[in-house]
Design a binder for this molecule. Structure first.
Ligand SMILES: *[C@@H]1O[C@H](CO)[C@@H](O)[C@H](O)[C@H]1NC(C)=O
Ligand SMILES: *[C@@H]1O[C@H](CO)[C@@H](O)[C@H](O)[C@H]1NC(C)=O
Ligand SMILES: *[C@@H]1O[C@H](CO)[C@@H](O)[C@H](O)[C@H]1NC(C)=O
Ligand SMILES: *[C@@H]1O[C@H](CO)[C@@H](O)[C@H](O)[C@H]1NC(C)=O
Ligand SMILES: *[C@@H]1O[C@H](CO)[C@@H](O)[C@H](O)[C@H]1NC(C)=O
Ligand SMILES: *[C@@H]1O[C@H](CO)[C@@H](O)[C@H](O)[C@H]1NC(C)=O
Ligand SMILES: *[C@@H]1O[C@H](CO)[C@@H](O)[C@H](O)[C@H]1NC(C)=O
Ligand SMILES: *[C@@H]1O[C@H](CO)[C@@H](O)[C@H](O)[C@H]1NC(C)=O
Ligand SMILES: *[C@@H]1O[C@H](CO)[C@@H](O)[C@H](O)[C@H]1NC(C)=O
Ligand SMILES: [Cu+2]
Length: 220
């Protein structure tokens, strides 16, 4: 947050800066030289030490974020292999994180991962040992997107976080996107991060009513 204080008067709004606690993020995206505004991974480069990648179960691992704003549209995408910019498996599509603090998804996007592997022609068996990166996007009131990434290795022996380690903070939850004339229609195809364009281009899963709403908020 501190690093963006100078920007706030300019943007007129605070953005939903957040920390990615699990899987372990690439590096501190609040540090100098990094910026969560920057696609695709906040200008934090990929982990070079393979031992520092989080081991993830083949059915999708646990995800913990610590959000700093009252709500944010949240996406979780996966890119298989290393140095990817194409995070084209959408694990979690477009939910509204409400409440500041810690949100944990115990097993992230199991069904979406299976489908993404099928579409990528990759068997669950060959996923074992594969490196990949997880990208989390949050979009709040201003309509601008914020990014954090974590580097993982899929591992058949890796475990989900325990129930003790995976809890939602008091008052933190997730819900469907509101303020829309029409319900969002998840696409289930390409993830939202293929484009570097405007925030609205990041949200193929949103119905036109939502897009209009987002544009309206962005102009507030
Ligand atoms: C991204 O990080 C590199 C160093 O890793 C730095 O040279 C560059 O200025 C940064 N880009 C932005 C837009 O901050
Ligand atoms: C790996 O993680 C350890 C512990 O956080 C850190 O000290 C080390 O610098 C990391 N290695 C690399 C190459 O980033
Ligand atoms: C989440 O962020 C808040 C505000 O910065 C902080 O007080 C809290 O300790 C963080 N929680 C965790 C689990 O890191
Ligand atoms: C990823 O890209 C960086 C910088 O371009 C390069 O140094 C590194 O070797 C690449 N990693 C892999 C696994 O290709
Ligand atoms: C994602 O992109 C990779 C490389 O660009 C491609 O091989 C793979 O089939 C794509 N997967 C999906 C689900 O679109
Ligand atoms: C999928 O992978 C298998 C085995 O590598 C290969 O024989 C097949 O042609 C691939 N199919 C597509 C659609 O790429
Ligand atoms: C896979 O996970 C298991 C259990 O955490 C660990 O012992 C093993 O070293 C991991 N494999 C690799 C290749 O890192
Ligand atoms: C935390 O909240 C999200 C969104 O409501 C929910 O999907 C998830 O299961 C919750 N996590 C836990 C550990 O109950
Ligand atoms: C997310 O939920 C909050 C709290 O209910 C609400 O004020 C906000 O408008 C919601 N945002 C969207 C895009 O649904
Ligand atoms: Cu912020």
């Amino acid at each position: 947050m501190l690093s963006t204080i100078a920007l706030l008067p300019f943007l007129g709004l605070a953005a939903a800066h957040f920390r990615l606690l699990e899987p372990t993020w690439r590096g501190d995206s609040f540090a100098d030289g990094a910026s969560q505004w920057l696609w695709p991974c906040a200008n934090v480069s990929e982990t070079t030490d393979i031992a520092n990648r989080t081991q993830w179960p083949l059915t999708g691992g646990s995800l913990v974020i610590n959000g700093s704003h009252p709500w944010a549209l949240t996406y979780v995408n996966l890119g298989l292999s290393t140095n990817v910019t194409n995070f084209n498996i959408s694990l979690v599509d477009n939910f509204n994180q409400t409440g500041k603090g810690v949100l944990c998804l115990k097993e992230t996007g199991r069904a979406a991962l299976e489908e993404g592997l099928r579409e990528s022609n990759i068997s669950v068996e060959s996923l074992d040992g594969m490196q990949a990166s997880v990208q989390v996007i949050q979009i709040s009131h201003s309509g601008a997107s914020l990014y954090n990434c974590a580097d993982i290795t899929f591992n058949a022996s890796a475990a989900l976080l325990s129930d003790d380690e995976c809890k939602n903070g008091t008052g933190v939850a997730g819900g469907p996107v509101q303020n829309a004339d029409s319900a969002p229609t998840p696409t289930g195809s390409a993830g939202p991060s293929e484009s570097t364009g405007a925030a609205v281009a990041m949200m193929p899963g949103l119905g036109g009513g939502v897009l209009a709403g987002m544009v309206a908020w962005a102009l507030l």
